[in-house]
Write a protein that binds this ligand. Structure first.
Ligand SMILES: *[C@@H]1O[C@H](CO)[C@@H](O)[C@H](O)[C@H]1NC(C)=O
Ligand SMILES: *[C@@H]1O[C@H](CO)[C@@H](O)[C@H](O)[C@H]1NC(C)=O
Ligand SMILES: *[C@@H]1O[C@H](CO)[C@@H](O)[C@H](O)[C@H]1NC(C)=O
Ligand SMILES: *[C@@H]1O[C@H](CO)[C@@H](O)[C@H](O)[C@H]1NC(C)=O
Ligand SMILES: *[C@@H]1O[C@H](CO)[C@@H](O)[C@H](O)[C@H]1NC(C)=O
Ligand SMILES: *[C@@H]1O[C@H](CO)[C@@H](O)[C@H](O)[C@H]1NC(C)=O
Ligand SMILES: *[C@@H]1O[C@H](CO)[C@@H](O)[C@H](O)[C@H]1NC(C)=O
Length: 450
């Protein structure tokens, strides 16, 4: 008996599941979508969703369409549909979609302006128009929509960031990166957006500034401000939830303040301070334990190379003025690291034997320093290594046979060192560079070993 009841419940919920996944579509919603399809230009041989929007099929079952139980369209995903030309902009095109919560037309080739009729859709939570060629200025709207997520990144929008953006009270994610927005933006203006979780203003023509008593919102998880003409490190001490911070390609100078390692209460995972004019790291500092991307390249950092946290996956110290030897146990610290570069610094001393323990490395770049001594044979242990650049150093001795064990290696650059002896036989798939070593002989060089 109880078995039968259970099966009945299962059966009913099964039926429910089916009806829920494709509720009957309301006629007017279907007509609206068909009209919308008519107003969009796309390549039907490459389309996977729009091409299947046909009268004879229930519209809630069309590709990229989802409806609520009453048959109103709530989600439209038209990303990657090769749509080109303008976004239909008449009120009739959109107005009837008054329960639409999610609209994505990302990764198409849309041109022209962002129609106001999209921004005034009453239920729209989530608008993603990233990776198109939309242009022009954004029109300010009086009644700000209740958007939670707005992604306009990777387009050609220009002009100032319109005022309504700062009034989107429910805003959680704002991505405006890689456009041509211009003018000054005071970060403080985002202070009213109490739910803001991720902010990306990178790669525009903006000048972002912060006032001295600036305090952002405690919910912010990700702040991306690359290439924002910033002259001062914004005071982010109180950002207790911060996981990702990008302040690269600005005009930041002086010491990297030591409080930066404590933002996010020690949970910081991504920090990009590359392409600035930082001269050092303020002491004392402790890197956060969870940091997995640390990019400090192209600054003017001096002194000893900092010992990174043990979980770091990507570590870029290149193009600085670090002047020290590589600490003996550095390789033990890099056990989880995939990418490490300290190219173009002033490092001296030998490559530590512990490098053999950095077995996750895919790219190791120690080029353009003043490293001396032999190449440790146990670099041959780094089985995942794709790229090894030791060029322009003072390394001596012979090329260890063990390097030929690196089956994944696609680039090996040992140019401009003091290496000598016969070159071992590498796989043909590896791009090799040995020039500028007087003492090397044998193929692929013309000089024979005699
Ligand atoms: C910050 O300072 C400015 C000018 O001194 C003042 O107008 C503003 O109210 C202050 N903001 C906060 C959050 O204290
Ligand atoms: C940071 O938080 C502390 C304590 O909540 C507060 O006293 C201080 O004014 C805040 N600083 C900033 C820059 O908001
Ligand atoms: C850091 O920022 C620079 C410049 O903005 C960029 O080229 C680089 O890819 C970023 N690094 C990482 C690890 O994302
Ligand atoms: C090593 O780093 C230098 C400087 O950043 C760069 O020019 C070079 O291409 C890198 N080598 C490899 C193999 O990527
Ligand atoms: C490599 O790691 C092992 C164990 O994890 C350790 O015993 C050894 O000393 C390390 N090698 C070097 C050269 O540091
Ligand atoms: C690595 O190379 C050396 C010398 O060529 C060889 O003797 C050794 O067996 C190789 N080790 C592995 C694990 O392939
Ligand atoms: C090897 O390094 C030298 C010096 O850094 C550079 O000129 C050359 O282009 C590099 N070769 C390859 C194949 O990357």
């Amino acid at each position: 008996m109880s078995f039968q009841i259970t099966s009945l419940i299962l059966f009913v919920s099964f039926l429910f599941g089916v009806t829920r996944s494709a509720p009957p579509c309301l006629d007017d919603q279907k007509d609206l979508l068909l009209a919308l399809k008519n107003h969009l230009t796309f390549d039907s041989s490459l389309s996977t969703k729009l091409v299947g929007w046909i009268q004879s099929v229930e519209c809630c079952a069309w590709g990229g369409v989802a409806c609520d139980e009453a048959g109103y369209v709530t989600r439209l995903d038209l990303s990657h549909e090769t749509i080109h030309g303008r976004i239909p902009s008449s009120r009739n095109d959109w107005e009837g979609l008054n329960r639409l919560e999610y609209l994505s037309m990302a990764y198409n080739s849309l041109t022209g302006e962002l129609p106001k009729s999209l921004l005034t859709l009453p239920s729209l939570d989530d608008l993603d128009l990233s990776y198109n060629r939309l242009s022009g200025q954004l029109i300010d709207v009086v009644q700000p929509p209740r958007l939670r997520n707005l992604d306009l990144s990777n387009n050609r929008f220009e002009g100032p960031i319109p005022g309504f953006i700062f009034k989107l009270a429910a805003l959680s994610t704002l991505k405006l990166s890689a456009n041509k927005f211009s003018g000054r933006v005071e970060l403080d203006k985002f202070g009213k957006l109490t739910d803001l979780y991720a902010l990306d203003l990178s790669y525009n023509d903006l000048t972002v500034s912060v006032s001295a008593n600036f305090s952002l919102l405690s919910k912010l998880n990700s702040i991306m401000l690359a290439s924002c003409n910033m002259k001062e490190v914004p005071d982010l001490k109180n950002q207790s939830r911060l996981l990702m911070l990008d302040l690269s390609d600005n005009h930041l100078s002086g010491e990297i303040p030591n409080w930066i390692w404590e933002v996010g209460n020690g949970y910081l995972r991504f920090l990009n301070l590359s392409h600035n004019k930082f001269s050092g790291l303020q002491e004392p500092y402790t890197f956060p334990f969870l940091l997995d991307v640390l990019d400090l390249h192209s600054n003017r950092l001096e002194g000893d190379i900092p010992v990174p946290p043990r979980r770091v996956y990507i570590l870029d110290y290149s193009n600085n003025n670090f002047k020290s030897s590589i600490p003996v146990d550095f390789g033990n610290v890099l056990r989880s690291t995939l990418f490490f570069s300290v190219s173009n610094n002033k490092l001296v001393g030998g490559i530590p034997e512990s490098i053999r323990n950095a077995t996750s490395l895919r790219a190791l770049n120690l080029s353009r320093n003043a490293l001396t001594g032999p190449i440790p044979p146990l670099i041959g242990n780094l089985k995942d290594l794709r790229s090894l650049d030791l060029s322009v150093n003072l390394l001596s001795g012979s090329i260890p046979e063990e390097l030929t064990n690196l089956t994944q290696l696609s680039l090996l650059n040992l140019s401009y060192n003091h290496l000598s002896g016969r070159i071992p036989k590498f796989q043909t798939s590896t791009e090799l560079s040995f020039e500028g070593n007087e003492g090397l002989c044998g193929p692929p060089l013309k000089k024979s070993c005699g």
